[in-house]
Design a protein around this ligand. Structure first.
Ligand SMILES: [Zn+2]
Length: 140
């Protein structure tokens, strides 16, 4: 895969260095049957170091997941070899089935069909809490 010549796909750029792998896992990219390139520790004028993920497939990525891992990331949609759209990422107010509650006594650990829902409780500190038991999401 020539990572610079994606025809139809997605480039997630400006990911804080070290967060690329976490984002890769949370987006489930290891299950994708398409070429995915992870480039880590790229020199960036803006960030010093950054990670980049390039997906050579016209799939939809979950912007909430990206916003949870790094709201400073940018998502570029490539169609026919051209930049079609640049998506602005925001820290989501709510996360549904992105992360799991770690509290063993939480209702989500025995009620398998329940959605795992976290709500942003502190924007400054990027803190999310389980809506059922108030347990804090583990830090990034
Ligand atoms: Zn919980």
């Amino acid at each position: 895969m020539n990572v610079d010549s994606i025809r139809d796909g997605i480039v997630i750029d400006h990911i804080a260095a070290g967060c690329g792998m976490k984002l890769y896992r949370l987006l489930g990219l290891e299950n994708l049957e398409a070429p995915v390139a992870m480039i880590t520790n790229v020199t960036s004028h803006k960030l010093g170091r950054k990670d980049i993920i390039k997906i050579d497939a016209a799939i939809d990525v979950d912007l909430d997941t990206i916003g949870y891992v790094d709201p400073g990331a940018t998502v570029n949609i490539i169609r026919d070899g051209e930049l079609k759209e640049k998506k602005q990422i925001e820290m989501p107010e709510q996360l549904v089935n992105v992360i799991l509650c770690r509290n063993p006594r939480c209702i989500t650990s025995c009620e398998q069909e329940l959605d795992h829902v976290f709500r942003l409780s502190d924007r400054e500190r990027k803190e999310y809490r389980c809506v059922y038991c108030e347990t804090k999401a583990s830090s990034l």
